[in-house]
Each structure stands twice: as C-alpha cells, then as structure tokens.
Design a protein around this ligand. Structure first.
Ligand code: ZN
Length: 388
C-alpha cells in the first residue's frame, strides 16, 4: 500500500515536472520571437549554445623590491591600489589565470628581489581579490629561494583557496590535474611548465617542486587531462627575454602541443608582448596561442617591459551531429595594460588599461596603443580590443 502510494505520488510528481518543463519550453518559444518556426533540434542546438564561458589570462607578476616597498603599509603589504584599475576586467571573465612569477614565501623568510625573488603573501591576497581564479607557478624563478619558499607559498595559496599549477608540495599533489568546472558545465584542465630555473637544480627526488618542459611528460599529462575535461589550458614559461616576436623554438614547441590537441596555450617569460595566433594541430584542431603576455605588474622600467595585458576568449561547448561534445573557441580579445609609476620616486605603481592612458601618463599614448594593437593582432586580424 505504502509502496503503491509512493509510486503513485512519484508518477504524479513526474507528470507535473514534465508538464511544467513543457510549459516552460513552450513559453520560451512564444516569448522569444527568434525561436518561432524552429524544430526541436534547432532549439536544442540554441540551448546548448548557451553553454558559453569566458577564459582570460594575464602575464608576469614579477615583484621587485621597489614594487613591494611601494605596497608597504603600517601592518603589512597592500597591492590592491596597484591593481584596482584593472579589477573590473579581470573579474568579468568566468575564469582568469595569472603567472605568479615570484614565489610568495612571505616576510618570515625575508623578502628579496632580483635575481633571487621572494614576495609578500599579500600579492596572493590581491590576486584573489581582483578576480584571479588560478595561478601558474612554473617559471625560471620558482626555485629562487628553494623548497622552503615554494612550500610556504603553496600553503598560503591553499589558505586563501586559490588553485595553483606547475609547482607542488608533494608527488601526490603534482599528480592531481587541476580541473575547474563551471556552472555552465564546462570543465577545464590547467597545466603549466617552465623551460628551466636559472640553473638552480631541483632538489634530489623532488621533481614535483617545479614542472619542467619535457615533451614526453607533456604528452602524458595532456592525455590524462583530455580524459577528465572538455578544455585543456596549457601555460608555458618559455622564449627569449625582451624579444617581441616568438623564437623558432617557441614556435616548434607550440606546434608540438597543438598536435597533442591542447585548446589554449598561454605563454610567458619574455616580459614583453608577443602576437597571438591560431595554430592548426595534426588532427585539424585549432589551438589558440598567446606566445607571451608581457609583464602585468613588475618593477622593470624599459618601455615595452611596462606593457602587458589580459587576453580573453569565449569557450562554447556544443554537440555535433553524433551528440558528442565539441568545443569552440571564439571572440579573441585583448586588454593591453601599462605599468604606470612615478619614475622620480619609483613609487605609485599602478596597472592601467592602455586605452585609458592620457598624454600626462604617457606621451604619445595613442600612437603607442595603436602600435601595440597592430603588433598583437598581426597574425589574427579578428582580434578585438577591450575598451569598455
Ligand atoms: Zn621568467
């Protein structure tokens, strides 16, 4: 009896749910003029088109002493004033990643600058605050202050609930591929590797401390990531410092990774912007590549090293005719940024969108901005620029 009653209730409930679903769908069709006269298949296709997110990345945060001294407060450090001008752009995308080039080992082990960096933990707090969702830690400065700085940094990233990739606290930690699942039901794996660590060797048996570029390992990781996510985002610390165009070896590695089927490559290390490009992989797949995102926040003062930015693209998850999920990358955009400061006092560091510059902040800013736009989009004419 009881069971029958339950079944009846369930059936009625199901009927109500089904009816209400149909109602919603019907209403939707009537409400939206564009839906009229379309088949269910077309409507389903349109619904799936709503599975759309924005992915963004910013380049190097290289925290020299002049930068952290400028952020000093009575009680610690505050990097928010330096970054608040760009916060609205970083919070807007669904997922934003950053290359945290210097380890945030904190003041307890002594802060330090070039060539062996250690940064305040507050850098991490600021990134969290301005909308960064995951940080890349594999770079030539990862081992600057050894295992201690890496572990202290990671413990802070964990404390503030910030996923990190490319440097790890243990073998087990390094084997867990970082996957971010969005509300739109799109999952993204993040991987990160560096060409080297300025000659500092990895402590024996602790390869997990920093991911190095190794084609075999890369291929294995991509294969694993492919099984557990819709999209693979791979960050590379590579290329030649201060060169505005990618080197032959950057190009070759990118082609190798495109052939593995990776969707997005974000590059960093040259400290200047390099163009973006679509690269076709061996299976006809298309990989979005930003060869170098430049410096986002650093104490480097040469002109092009003060320019960086945020790259952004739309990721859509759709189904093909065989009902298999396919990923489409569209709407590549860029927000070029400029590190403003008071040169005389090396203070008042602030990251400013280039389109908002004035002649007071940078003489001939319009010409510089135009030149940067042309430089970035030379291989991707459809690249648009964020100016609102
Ligand atoms: Zn670097």
């Amino acid at each position: 009896m009881k069971k029958q009653f339950l079944i009846c209730t369930l059936i009625s409930l199901l009927a109500v749910i089904l009816l209400s679903c149909q109602n919603n769908e019907a209403e939707y069709q009537v409400d939206d003029h564009t839906k009229r006269g379309k088949s269910n298949l077309e409507l389903k296709d349109e619904l799936l088109k709503k599975q759309k997110i924005q992915l963004a990345a910013v380049g190097d945060l290289l925290i020299h002493d002049r930068v952290y001294n400028d952020a000093k407060t009575s009680g610690g450090y505050d990097f928010i004033p330096m970054l608040e001008n760009v916060e609205p752009y970083l919070t807007r995308p669904t997922i934003t990643t950053a290359n945290q080039e210097t380890m945030i080992g904190g003041t307890e082990i002594g802060l330090s600058s070039y060539p062996s960096f250690n940064s305040p933990v507050e850098v991490g707090d600021a990134l969290k605050e301005i909308g960064v969702d995951i940080v890349s830690l594999a770079n030539n400065h990862t081992l600057d202050r050894g295992e201690q700085a890496i572990k202290r940094a990671i413990s802070h990233w964990n404390k503030i609930n910030m996923p990190y990739v490319g440097a790890y606290q243990s073998q087990a930690d390094s084997e867990k591929i970082r996957v971010i699942k969005t509300e739109e039901d799109i999952s993204l794996s993040f991987l990160s590797y560096t060409y080297g660590t300025n000659g500092i060797p990895t402590p024996n048996g602790k390869e997990y401390l920093v991911n190095r570029i190794n084609r075999k390992k890369l291929a294995e990781d991509v294969q694993e990531a492919d099984k557990i996510s819709d999209v693979i985002v791979l960050q590379l610390h590579f290329g030649n410092e201060y060169e505005r165009m990618p080197s032959q070896s950057q190009k070759e590695l990118v082609q190798y990774i495109a052939d593995l089927g990776v969707d997005v490559i974000f590059g960093h290390h040259p400290h200047v912007l390099q163009p973006v490009e679509w690269v076709e992989g061996a299976n006809g797949n298309r990989t979005f590549v930003a060869y170098s995102l430049g410096n986002f926040l650093s104490g480097q003062d040469a002109f092009y090293r003060r320019i960086g930015g945020m790259v952004q693209l739309t990721i859509e998850k759709k189904q093909n005719e065989n009902e298999e999920a396919i990923i489409e990358l569209t709407e590549p955009k860029f927000l070029p940024t400029f590190v403003d400061l008071d040169i005389d006092s090396t203070s008042d560091y602030s990251v400013v969108p280039m389109y908002k510059l004035t002649d007071e902040l940078l003489r001939d800013h319009q010409q510089h901005y135009q030149e940067i736009k042309q430089h970035l989009s030379q291989w991707m004419p459809e690249l648009s620029f964020i100016e609102d």
